[in-house]
Design a protein around this ligand. Structure first.
Ligand SMILES: Nc1ncnc2c1ncn2[C@@H]1O[C@H](COP(=O)(O)OP(=O)(O)O)[C@@H](O)[C@H]1O
Ligand SMILES: [Mg+2]
Length: 222
């Protein structure tokens, strides 16, 4: 699904990704762990093409969707307008437009946000904005969904909602790469977890070793 081949990325003199190689299979949910500043967001942004890489290559077989850490909703648009803006730009003709609107409606209902479709972002809680951001990425039918810190700023109740939601996406076989500094969250949702340390993949482990993660992380980051 996704192949990252010897990717390096620097900002000025600061090297953020050092020779990263990674492959993600279709249907896999990859957790990208590591404390703040280790290059998780940069890696996702490079995958999405929001940053260029200095060397190496990234190839993805399919459409990539991105859910931003700070949501990046359009403040002057309602929930529904936020969700439909991008797909309607692409939709050619009445039938394509109708399909977009149906998909948007279905997603907002699924995320329990249809009742709030006419609200504006400033009238929503953090968790509600989160769900709008998710609907906005999913309406484009991505083959690979990138989520940057999807749990940041959520309270415990919302956190379990987001976990349930990501689980339902995973049941639909959506391939995902989820960056989070929260290891216990990643353990709940991932099939595989890599730990980034100073721009390198310091660990790449499957569920059978998730129990070792806290110790591994504390030995890596002290
Ligand atoms: N556009 C940028 N310009 C300069 N430095 C950046 C830029 N984006 C990220 N960085 C730096 O790259 C490093 C990794 O950042 P980031 O990928 O956001 O880490 P993480 O998501 O793991 O917290 C940080 O030191 C950050 O300051
Ligand atoms: Mg980040």
């Amino acid at each position: 699904m996704l192949t990252i081949d010897h990717v390096c990325k620097t900002f000025g003199t600061h090297t953020v990704l050092r020779d990263v190689c990674l492959q993600i299979d279709r249907g896999c949910v990859l957790g990208l762990a590591g404390p703040s500043g280790e290059g998780k967001s940069t890696l996702l942004r490079c995958i999405q093409g929001l940053e260029t890489v200095d060397s190496g290559s990234i190839t993805c077989a399919g459409r990539v969707g991105f859910m931003f850490q700070d949501f990046q909703l359009f403040p002057h648009m309602s929930v529904l307008e936020n969700v439909l803006y991008a797909p309607l730009l692409r939709a050619k003709g009445k039938i394509a437009q109708k399909t977009c609107m149906e998909k948007g409606e279905e997603l907002l209902k699924h995320l329990d946000m249809w009742g709030l479709r006419n609200r504006y972002p400033q009238q929503l809680s953090g968790g509600q904005k989160q769900r709008v951001a998710l609907a906005r990425s999913l309406v484009l039918n991505p083959d690979l969904l990138l989520c940057d810190e999807p749990t940041s700023g959520l309270d415990v109740a919302m956190l379990s909602d987001v976990v349930a939601l990501l689980h339902s996406l995973r049941e639909e076989h959506t391939t995902m790469a989820i960056a989070s500094h929260d290891l216990s969250f990643l353990v709940q949702i991932s099939d595989r977890i890599i730990i980034l340390r100073r721009g390198c993949i310091a660990a790449d482990i499957g569920p059978e070793r998730f129990g070792d993660l806290p110790q591994l992380a504390s030995s890596l980051f002290g």
